[in-house]
Design a protein around this ligand. Structure first.
Ligand code: PGA
Length: 254
């Protein structure tokens, strides 16, 4: 049985005071038992990672980064390395989010390097993939997702991606309030799992956790999470509100 993941992606949001308020409110809502049953993760701006680790200490909430440098170290102003994340105890990191692909022109090659840096530092990647609306309307969505995964993940040695989590996030569903239907999401998740079955083996694929992201909410999460191949969510907007994230957590418990 794959353990569900409820992962909040805070993006470029929250001041320090808001971080404190969130921690206090979320911890007053979430019961210890709920936090054990699903893996709860919060991907926050780097500046808050250390603080969040302290605030959520002993509560089994995983704190992660939203991106990492493809470089090991050196003259790369503004970058944060996998070794730095690891040195403050960070164990999880998002890579390949569509906003990074779009606004920072991230390429497959860069994502491959990032996967290698994370693996060297024993950090679990949450690798995002997903098609645009145009690509879906053209019937090209399976090809797009296959290429994203083949070119960045499955072209590497299996040891590099051995603990990866995949997040399928159709770009047209991110921040739009329009989520993929449970059936549309399930169809793509099954496709992704089959890809891993073919390329990495049946056992690997059976254990692989594939999250859905794109306008996940308290209202639609139960329907999504009950699909066979949907192992949880990567949640943007709704993860900023403690009550909404807690409702989504509750919907992940079966
Ligand atoms: P959203 O964002 O839930 O606000 O659509 C999801 C994401 O980008 O990870």
């Amino acid at each position: 049985m794959r353990k569900k993941v409820v992962a909040g992606n805070w993006k470029l949001n929250k001041t320090l005071k808001e971080v404190h308020d969130f921690a206090e409110n979320f911890l007053s809502l979430a019961k210890a038992k709920e936090l054990k049953q699903s893996d709860v993760m919060i991907f926050a701006p780097n500046i808050y990672l250390d603080k969040l680790k302290t605030l959520f200490n002993e509560n089994a909430i995983i704190i992660g980064a939203q991106d990492v440098s493809e470089h090991e170290k050196g003259a790369y102003t503004g970058e944060v390395s996998a070794a730095m994340l690891s040195s403050i105890g960070i164990t999880h990191c998002i890579i390949g989010h569509s906003e990074r692909r779009k606004y920072h022109n991230e390429t497959h090659d860069q994502l491959r390097e990032k996967l290698i840096r994370l693996s060297e530092n024993k950090i679990t990647p949450v690798f995002c993939c997903g098609e645009t609306l145009e690509e879906r309307n053209n019937g090209n969505h399976f090809n797009v997702v296959r290429n994203q995964i083949m070119d960045s993940v499955l072209s590497l040695d299996k040891t590099v991606y051995s603990n990866i989590i995949i997040a399928y996030e159709p770009v047209w569903a991110i921040g739009t309030g329009v989520n993929a239907s449970p059936e549309e999401a399930q169809e793509m998740h099954a496709f992704i799992r089959q890809l891993f079955t073919d390329e990495a083996g049946k056992d690997f694929a059976a254990d692989l956790r594939i999250l859905y992201g794109g306008s996940v909410s308290p209202e639609n999460s139960a329907g999504l999470f009950e699909q066979n191949d949907i192992d949880g969510g990567l949640i943007g907007g709704a993860s900023l509100k403690p009550e909404a994230l807690h409702m989504i957590l509750k919907n992940s418990l079966s």
